[in-house]
Design a protein around this ligand. Structure first.
Ligand code: CIR
Length: 326
C-alpha cells in the first residue's frame, strides 16, 4: 500500500465502524501473507476500494469495467475416473454472507448468535436429500465431535492469518456444522464467512456434487438474503473468494506426475487451476495426494469453473497415464 493510499484511507470507516487498521491487521501481523487483508462488512469493498481494487485486479485478473455474470445452472459432464484410480474425492464449496450483518472478523457476539439462529432455521427447512442435522460446537458431545473429525465434517479454529483478522473471536461460540443425513452436503456456520456451503462425494462425479450444491443454494436463498455486489458478485471476508466464491476441487493421486512436477505445474497453469497440500491451504502434499481446484472465482461463472476444472483434470489424468506407459 502506498503512502498516498494510506493517507486517503487512514481515517475512513464503514457504517459498522470497520477501519483500515482492522482490514490490514492480518498482513501486518503475518509478513508471509499472500493477500493480507480482510473485509469486515460488505461496505469495506467500497470504502477501502483504493486498497481492495488493485489486489482484486491482480489476483482475479479482473477490473471493474469487466462483467461478472453468474450462472449456476445444472451440468451433465461425463465421469472422470469411475474406477477411482486417481480421484479419491470431489468437493465444491461456496461462501455466503448475509445482508445486514458484519462479516465474521467484525461481528459482535450477540449478532453472531442472531445470525446462527437465522441460519439454523433456514437449514431446518431443507428437504429430501438435503435434510440433516446441525451440530453446534458449544458444547459438543465428545463422541459426536470425534465422529465429525473422523469423517472430515467439521472445521477447526482459524489459522494465524484468520486469527489476526479477528475471525476467531469468541470461538467456538455460535459455530457449528450442518450435514445432510447422507453426508454429501454440508454447511459450516460462522467460520471465515457466515456460511460455507459444501457439496462432497468420495467419487469423481463433479456434476453430481455441483448440481446438489446448486439446488441447496436456491433452497437456502428462499429464506436467506446473500450479500452481493453488481460488479464483484458474492462478497466474502477474503477478496480472493469474491465473485462466485466457489472453490471446486478434487483429491487426486498422481504418483508419476509427482516425479514430473514441471509437467503437472504446466497443465495446472494452463487451465488456471491451483494446487494445495493434502490437508488444504498452506499444507504439504503427502503420498502424492494433490488437492487441485480452480484459481479464478471472479469474472467467470460457476458453471464455467466446473467445466474448466473437468477439462483440466482430464488433461492431468491423461498425462499421468502417459507417464505410466514405457
Ligand atoms: C494470506 O493473505 O495469505 C491469507 N489471508 C490467506 C489468503 C487467501 N488464500 C489464498 O490465496 N490461497
Amino acid at each position: 500500500m502506498s503512502l498516498e493510499i494510506f493517507n486517503a484511507l487512514e481515517h475512513q470507516k464503514t457504517d459498522s465502524r470497520f477501519t483500515l487498521a482492522q482490514a490490514i491487521n492480518s498482513g501486518i501481523k503475518n509478513w508471509d501473507s499472500s493477500i493480507g487483508i480482510y473485509a469486515g462488512d460488505a461496505q469495506s469493498y467500497r470504502t477501502f476500494s483504493l486498497l481492495f481494487d488493485p489486489i482484486i485486479c491482480e489476483y482475479h485478473g479482473f477490473s471493474k469495467d469487466k462483467n461478472h455474470k453468474p450462472d449456476i445452472s445444472p451440468l451433465m459432464l461425463p465421469s472422470l475416473d469411475p474406477e477411482k484410480k486417481y480421484i479419491k474425492s470431489t468437493r465444491v464449496r461456496v461462501a455466503r454472507n448475509l445482508e445486514g450483518f458484519s462479516f465474521p472478523c467484525h461481528i459482535s457476539l450477540s449478532q453472531r448468535r442472531k445470525l446462527e439462529k437465522k441460519i439454523i432455521s433456514a437449514l431446518d427447512r431443507l428437504k429430501d436429500d438435503l435434510k440433516g442435522k446441525y451440530y453446534s460446537f458449544e458444547p459438543i458431545d465428545e463422541k459426536e465431535l470425534k465422529q465429525l473429525k473422523k469423517e472430515n465434517l467439521w472445521f477447526q479454529k482459524g489459522d494465524r492469518f484468520q486469527d489476526a483478522a479477528g475471525i476467531n473471536s469468541d470461538f467456538p461460540k455460535c459455530r457449528g456444522v450442518f450435514h445432510s443425513f447422507d453426508k454429501r452436503f454440508m454447511v459450516w456456520v460462522n467460520e471465515e464467512d457466515h456460511l460455507r456451503v459444501i457439496g462432497l462425494e468420495r467419487t469423481s462425479d463433479i456434476s453430481s456434487v455441483y448440481n446438489r450444491l446448486s439446488r441447496a443454494l436456491s433452497a437456502l436463498n428462499q429464506s436467506l438474503a446473500f450479500s452481493r455486489d453488481e460488479t464483484y458478485g458474492y462478497l466474502t471476508s477474503c477478496p480472493t473468494n469474491i465473485g462466485t466464491s466457489m472453490r471446486a476441487g478434487v483429491h487426486i493421486q498422481l504418483e508419476k506426475l509427482e516425479q514430473n512436477k514441471d509437467l503437472l505445474h504446466g497443465i495446472v497453469k494452463g487451465y488456471n487451476l491451483q494446487i494445495r497440500g493434502t490437508g488444504g491451504e498452506k499444507t504439504k502434499v503427502e503420498n502424492a495426494m494433490f488437492d487441485i481446484s480452480n484459481r479464478q472465482r471472479l469474472g467467470i461463472s460457476e458453471s464455467k469453473i466446473i467445466q474448466n476444472l473437468h477439462a483440466g483434470l482430464l488433461a492431468i489424468i491423461k498425462a499421468e497415464k502417459n507417464l505410466g506407459t514405457p
